[in-house]
Design a protein around this ligand. Structure first.
Ligand code: OAD
Length: 247
């Protein structure tokens, strides 16, 4: 793979790098994407039941068990080479921020430290009144436990449909995008707002925008560089080309 000289130069000299990831960054770890294709996550998935608060309140046991099973599945999967490169980049730039739409914790498990999770984390819990749950949650119980503070049902700390993104996290993501020298969008369909606005914000504030995705997206015409390929394949090659080191 031959990389553009300007791209390599901008990555080498960047003090402040943002990696912005979507479902495509985790597909090589074994987690399906949401949209597109027969293997898409939304196939066989009843959004109204499993991804809305009403669905949870009407079917607490069923939804609790579904998320517990999914969390256990994800725990058995591993970060891929793309996640590993993003974590290693911390040693190369003064500031590296990972902004992710994924709830799978794989960036943290790969070693990334500053991770802003726009859609929550499946391994965390809160109650329906938004009290965070700090103690560990027993996944073997078949029904959602009750909040020790207010007695309401405990739910996974993920963003469901019709819910707002966590405001402080979104705010930090906007600041990181605004301040970035290079903004790298990886495996994002760019179909989901407000997350999809971040690369445009970065670009308007002067960042060099790189997109890594095997398919085209609405970001293509705004990105300074589009690398068509899979995260777990492109990222190690990019690392070698930029830093002259094998992974
Ligand atoms: P999508 O499933 O919409 O899009 C995944 C993207 O990854 C597509 O553009 C694919 O072309 C690309 N892709 C596929 N394989 C890839 C690979 N190996 N490497 C890199 N890219 C690859 O996922 P998102 O854009 O993340 O929200 O969707 C955002 C949100 O949609 C999710 O966070 C979820 C859903 O609504 C919530 O759950 C709140």
């Amino acid at each position: 793979m031959i990389f553009d000289a300007l791209l390599l130069d901008r990555l080498r000299s960047a003090n402040n790098v943002v990696f912005f990831t979507g479902a495509g960054a985790s597909i090589e770890s074994g987690i399906p994407t949401f949209r597109g294709g027969k293997d898409s996550f939304w196939v066989d998935f009843d959004v109204e039941t499993f991804a809305t608060l009403d669905g949870f309140l009407n079917n607490p046991k069923q939804v609790w068990q579904w998320y517990a099973q999914r969390r256990l599945q994800i725990q058995g999967l591993q970060p891929n080479l793309g996640h590993q490169v993003m974590a290693r980049w911390q040693a190369k730039a003064s500031k590296v921020t990972v902004i992710t739409q994924n709830i799978d914790n794989l960036h943290q498990r790969a070693g990334s430290q500053a991770v802003l999770e726009l859609h929550g984390n499946i391994a965390q819990y809160k109650c329906v009144r938004h009290h965070p749950v700090t103690t560990s949650v027993d996944l073997t119980v078949s029904e959602p436990p009750l909040c020790p503070q207010c007695g309401t049902l405990i739910r996974p700390n993920v963003v469901w449909f019709h819910e707002a993104l966590p405001a402080s996290t979104l705010n930090l993501a906007e600041i990181a995008s605004f301040e970035s020298d290079v903004f790298v969008s990886i495996g994002c369909s760019m179909d989901v707002q407000p997350a999809a606005s971040l690369p445009y914000l970065a670009s308007q504030c002067g960042a060099y925008v790189l997109q890594i995705n095997p398919e085209s997206t609405d970001l293509d015409e705004y990105a300074h560089c589009n690398l068509r390929g899979k995260s777990g394949e492109v990222m190690p090659k990019l690392w070698e080309a930029v830093w002259g080191e094998c992974l």
